[in-house]
Design a protein around this ligand. Structure first.
Ligand SMILES: C[S@@+](CC[C@H](N)C(=O)[O-])C[C@H]1O[C@@H](n2cnc3c(N)ncnc32)[C@H](O)[C@@H]1O
Length: 248
């Protein structure tokens, strides 16, 4: 996916979880935290929404240099660094809050990633995983468009993601040694409630995900069906998206 499209997609996903972030950050005492790390920060779409007073030291880490270049040029309230979530380059207990957003599904060893987040967070600080989808429970309405959902799930898997990670999140927290885990689920995209710009972005993302994987004619047909269903206010996509957080 081109970086500019990825950034718009990340910004859209950041809007989906904005309320949840406000709620959890408030519960963790985040406004008073001195140091905050986002693991797998991509282009900084989430970090740029974080305004804390007094100013907090915000840090973003990602393995992808291209994303980090965009983040560094566009997001001024955070510092960015390259690194691997499986082996964070920080000493233990460096941060008050460590979080990630649509990232564990991309890790070859998500438990190790979570353990690393725990290691670099100070005792009493919070580790937050805001959004991990579970595509095994995806629901498409109308059902004729379920094929598009299956293709998208296959495309994620082909790119190395675990599309079912969300359903494993609480277990991962337990396996990483956390107690008193707060977890839950965010849900549906009611396409008819989305703005025109969001609808168009959805179609662009679909094309980027599926191009080259599906014969062009079938893809074109599917995109037209998808567009028509959205224009007729008929489209609903439900992808359960899980969150969890706990104190170290
Ligand atoms: C779906 S994007 C999410 C970006 C950002 N968290 C957001 O929500 O806007 C997943 C990000 O995880 C990063 N990533 C994947 N594997 C990683 C790893 N092993 N270490 C660090 N970052 C990784 C990717 O480069 C990508 O930027």
């Amino acid at each position: 996916m081109p970086m500019e499209l990825a950034h718009r997609r990340y910004a859209q996903q950041a809007r989906w979880t904005a309320q949840l972030r406000r709620h959890i950050f408030a519960q963790t005492g985040m406004p008073n935290a001195a140091r905050v790390l986002e693991v797998g920060c991509g282009t900084g779409a989430v970090l740029e929404t974080i305004q804390v007073s007094p100013p907090t030291s915000l840090f973003g880490l990602d393995i992808d240099p291209q994303s980090l270049r965009l983040a560094t040029s566009q997001v001024k309230n955070a510092k960015f660094l390259g690194g691997d979530a499986h082996q964070l380059p920080h000493p233990k207990a460096t941060f008050d809050v460590t979080f990630c957003h649509f990232v564990l599904l991309w890790l070859s060893d998500p438990l190790r990633g979570l353990q690393e987040m725990r290691r670099v967070t100070r005792p009493g600080g919070a580790v937050i995983v805001f959004a991990e989808p579970d595509y095994s429970r995806r629901i498409d309405h109308p059902t004729e468009l379920a094929q598009v959902g299956k293709w998208q799930t296959d495309a994620l898997r082909a790119q190395g993601a675990d599309p079912e990670l969300g359903g494993k999140l609480s277990e991962l927290f337990r396996a990483a040694g956390f107690k008193d885990i707060v977890s839950g689920e965010l849900g549906a995209e009611a396409a008819h409630e989305a703005s025109q710009a969001d609808q168009e972005l959805e179609l662009e993302v679909l094309r980027a995900d599926l191009e080259g994987r599906i014969p062009e004619k079938e893809l074109q047909q599917a995109l037209e069906q998808e567009k028509a269903a959205r224009q007729n206010n008929q489209r609903v996509v439900y992808v359960p998206t899980h969150y969890a957080w706990a104190r170290v």
